[in-house]
Design a protein around this ligand. Structure first.
Ligand code: AR6
Length: 176
């Protein structure tokens, strides 16, 4: 499903983000940038050990911020590592931190002159963020960003499995 935002395109697809050929893919990392399970594990497995070495050199990334490494053996040239919030009921600024994770990733991509970025559904696995709330924040943040900054031509949300895709599709329809 594609929507045009000014001269840019926002796309949602079902798939595996490690196969994406965008300039950057975004990783749902942890603050220690140590690698882990879920999409983080998949990206490090597919990208090879160079990415973890670069992460070690960077050292740390607080929730809501983003850092960048090269893409190692991935098709994507870069990996933007961001850290989403751990869901703990909704009263610990989870929504603000999730929005910030998307926004800081997009700002970093724009600052580096990248034209295309793919995102997973940050925080919706191990970190337990309710999927439809997370989808609404993800999509709203991307739409608002693209309206302000057309330098990024393509933003893709690559959802793992049909239920996640359907949830993003529903939230995208509501938003438009
Ligand atoms: N492509 C796209 N999405 C994927 C893939 C994939 N290959 N694999 C999983 N997902 P999670 P979090 C989806 O747990 O909740 C890690 O251990 C998955 O279905 O990867 O932000 C880190 O090191 C889910 O919808 O990330 C952190 O410690 C989404 O990616 C912690 O988990 C996010 O799930 C971060 O937790």
């Amino acid at each position: 499903m594609d929507v045009n935002i000014g001269s840019s395109t926002l796309t949602i697809v079902e798939g595996d983000i490690t196969k994406e050929a965008t300039d950057a893919i975004v990783n749902a990392a942890n603050s220690g940038l140590r690698g882990g399970g879920g999409v983080d594990g998949a990206i490090h497995r597919a990208g090879g050990p160079a990415i973890l070495e670069e992460c070690r050199a960077i050292g740390h990334c607080p929730p809501g911020r983003a850092v960048m490494t090269t893409g190692g053996n991935l098709k994507a040239r870069f990996v933007i590592h961001t850290v989403g919030p751990v869901w703990s009921g909704g009263n610990r600024n989870e929504a603000g931190l999730l929005k910030s994770a998307y926004l800081e990733s997009l700002r970093l991509a724009s600052k580096k002159g990248l034209k295309s970025v793919s995102f997973p559904a940050i925080s919706t696995g191990a970190y337990g963020y309710p999927l439809s709330d997370a989808a609404r924040i993800a999509l709203q943040t991307a739409v608002d960003f693209l309206r302000e900054d057309p330098s990024i031509e393509t933003v893709r949300f690559v959802l793992f499995g049909r239920p996640a895709f359907e949830t993003f599709a529903e939230e995208l329809k509501k938003l438009l």
